[in-house]
Design a protein around this ligand. Structure first.
Ligand code: ATP
Length: 204
């Protein structure tokens, strides 16, 4: 179980004004906002994939004092479009647990499947599994259920939230569906004209 919080200290990128927020271990902050409002760029800044102002802390570890590849092994981004580099699914996953595969609707045979033949929904579920199998310290999820039908989305959502709570990962989760946000979020920030407005349960 992790005990590090993820802290954004004056983080600013593009049109997004400086953000100051702390996500506690095992907590889910959902982020919503209109298309083009800057949600993905904010996640990319937290993952240190784009130049930005301000600082991000994982516990006592500062992003600016950490090499990018080391930071991204701890603060893992699952982008909307996942990137795959080897031919077979199994080459990307570190000893995935059968229970995790089953929860996402796969049998172990999926490890031999060719990445080139995966559907977008299969890719998305396997990208989530790939990240979880690499034991991150914090999670950044960019619309993790966007390519999934409702029933599969609910299943993936339940699996993800259980793992996040269990392992104590502070999590930022970009979502559009208010019903999903109500189910998974401890709190919710809406990005409107470059500023974050904060809402907490009970949801309005
Ligand atoms: N590297 C970049 N440099 C400058 N502008 C960028 C860069 N990447 C994206 N943008 C612009 O920044 C704005 C925010 O993009 P971003 O991808 O963060 O939006 P978003 O809120 O995630 O949208 P969506 O919900 O459609 O995915 C957009 O206008 C986009 O064109």
């Amino acid at each position: 179980m992790r005990t590090d919080s993820l802290r954004l200290e004056g983080l600013a990128i593009g049109d997004v004004a400086p953000v100051r927020q702390t996500v506690a271990p095992g907590e889910i902050l959902c982020l919503s906002g209109a298309s083009g409002s800057g949600k993905s760029r904010l996640l990319r800044a937290i993952a240190d994939l784009e130049p930005h102002e301000g600082e991000v802390w994982l516990g006592e570890q500062a992003q600016s004092a950490t090499p990018g590849h080391v930071w991204r092994r701890a603060v893992m981004l699952v982008p909307a479009e996942s990137h795959w580099w080897a031919e077979r699914v199994g080459e990307h996953l570190l000893e995935p647990e059968t229970a995790d595969l089953a929860a996402l609707g796969f049998e172990r045979a999926v490890l031999d499947w060719s990445v080139a033949h995966l559907s977008s929904g299969e890719k998305q579920r396997l990208a989530l599994l790939r990240t979880v199998s690499r034991a991150p310290s914090a999670l950044l999820l960019d619309e993790p259920t966007a390519n999934l039908d409702d029933a599969t989305a609910r299943r993936v959502e339940a699996w993800l939230t259980e793992r996040i709570r269990q392992r104590g990962w502070p999590t930022l989760w970009v979502a559009h569906d208010m019903a999903q946000i109500r189910r998974v979020a401890d709190w919710h920030c809406r990005l409107v004209e470059g500023r974050l407005t904060e809402e907490r349960a009970p949801w309005t």
